[in-house]
Design a protein around this ligand. Structure first.
Ligand SMILES: [Zn+2]
Length: 166
């Protein structure tokens, strides 16, 4: 697979993400799909239930909401004016859990990519973010061969992960 898309491929990909569903996660999924990558979504067997799992590239992708995951300095991360301590604590717990999930996934051999929703929401940053994501997925130097059974390039089998549920 080519590591860098041609201009036509790229514009096709960007066209694909201009659909009606503007949820950041859906935009990312559409982009990856139109770039020829195949994946599973919301895999609950992996730590943190990654939004997108690309088994072939041993890569998981999270699209993190800026509020819930505490994107420091981001305009989407503003603590409510009431119950500040509650929200501060809750978001600190989320950040700690994200960190623990990253560690667990990396220990199990996964390449972990996290994207902030603001990097997708802002149109000016979207294209660069998506291109960087594509490169990070395809260029990180570790791929596993296609499964023999998958003739269409999709992954038919449940990913077998050396990681138990806890
Ligand atoms: Zn943000």
């Amino acid at each position: 697979m080519a590591d860098v898309m041609t201009p036509e491929q790229r514009s096709r990909c960007m066209a694909a993400v201009k659909g009606k569903d503007t949820k950041p996660e859906m935009i990312v999924r559409k982009y990856l799909f139109s770039s020829g990558l195949r994946y599973r979504v919301n895999n609950r067997k992996l730590p943190g239930s990654p939004d997108i799992v690309l088994k072939k590239y041993k890569t998981v992708v999270f699209v993190d909401g800026c509020f819930w995951h505490g994107h420091e300095g981001c305009k989407y991360f503003r603590l409510p004016k009431t119950n500040v301590d509650f929200w501060r604590h809750k978001i600190a717990m989320n950040i700690a859990r994200d960190y623990a999930n990253n560690v667990d996934l990396k220990l199990a051999g996964w390449n972990v990519i996290r994207i902030w929703e603001c990097e997708i929401k802002a149109k000016a940053r979207r294209e660069k973010t998506l291109e960087r994501l594509y490169r990070n997925i395809t260029n990180h130097g570790y791929t596993i061969p296609d499964l023999p059974a998958s003739s269409d390039g999709s992954i038919a089998a449940e990913p077998s992960v050396p990681y138990g549920e806890d």
